[in-house]
Design a protein around this ligand. Sequence first.
Ligand code: SF4
Length: 449
Amino acid sequence: MSSTPSRTTKRLSLASSDEKTGLGNYFIANYPPFSFWTSGNIDAVYQTLAKPPQRPSPLGLYIHIPFCRKRCKFCYFRVYVDKNARDIEDYLEHVLREVAIYSRLEAIRGRSLDFVYFGGGTPSYLSARQLRDFIGALKRLMPWERVQEVTFECEPGTLQRPKLEALHELGVTRLSLGVENFNDAILEENGRAHRSAEIYRAYQWIRDLAFPQVNIDLIAGMVGETWENWRECVRQTLALQPDSVTIYQMELPYNTEYAKAARSGHSLPFSLADWPTKRAWVNYAFEELLAAGYEISSGYTLVRDKQRVHFRYRDALWQGADLLGTGVASFGHIQGVHVQNHTEWDTYLEPIRNGHLPLYRAYLCSPLELCVREFILQLKTGQVDLDYFQGKYGERIIVRFGEELAWLCDQGYALLDGKQLTLTRAGLLQVDRLLPIFFLPQHRTNRYV
Ligand code: SF4
């Protein structure tokens, strides 16, 4: 393939002009971008839910637990740090009612769940008793027998042994531990509630209980990070021998504490690493983990044994699975329709109290948009089989995106071998920066929101 100066090259060279960590989102979570989802499309969700499923698809359940001990200064999720025990009980009761409403609708009724994900926020903020009551009730609302994976996000400082015992008994198969960093000064500066001693204490219990899979999350480029400290973080991660390690690159979305401080003219206490430095840190971690026998599973994650360690939630979503997104501000996808719940406490609870789903905005995807979405998301694994898209959508990616693929190859970000597209390490480390070149013309905006 050859490239000529073109609209594609121009588009990407514009995007690559600034390597400083500026304000705004970097991570591409979905497609089309959220800014195109509207409340006017909510009817499409109800129409879809009123019909039996038109295409076979695995079914997942995402539950958002929006409570945290403290708000991290880089956090952009919907979280609350001021709710009392009664608020939490009230919230859980409403999530159960929301799941109950879904379970009675034609598109969902009788379908077994294939995977479940407890995210947040901090799901491990809940007590052992709350977890037993809540997950027990969920299991009575939806067929659970076929569930292959239950992921549960944990903040190390919220874990006690009895809580982990409850999670083990309740069938959690994949614990994801939000370590982020092992340095107490960096954890404190970034507003994290936990410290390194809590990581080690929790990890021992987790291993004693032999959860099938343990993932450790790290963030490259937290405020105050240095090469010396990052090497030490990677060393300590390897010493714990988790089943998988997921590394995000620090970004500054507009609604974070750090971004607000920067916008109001307050300078940050440390300068933030630029993107090349963060990529170099992730690359270092990749090299160390590969040398220790881990394998690359995506641009963010390495696993200890690819045959044994799977992440079904991610893989199913990236292949277009249905997902009931429950809880405040949650995102779901049902039979080609994207949907998001209301994003505020009261606007989320009130519709459910009145027997309705708390839907805020939606997007009805065309077959081409679904195809592009899957292509973009699967590219995050670093390897894409182009025949998959021809078989599923009748779309010849090589024709649709010939110019873009040629540009990626010319720049050294990808290799094309027959029907197999493989990102190079340089491409994989900045995959979210590259993905917008595949956005359809109507979805190209200055920034991803
Ligand atoms: S623990 Fe996670 S969800 Fe909670 S404030 Fe920190 S980054 Fe956000």
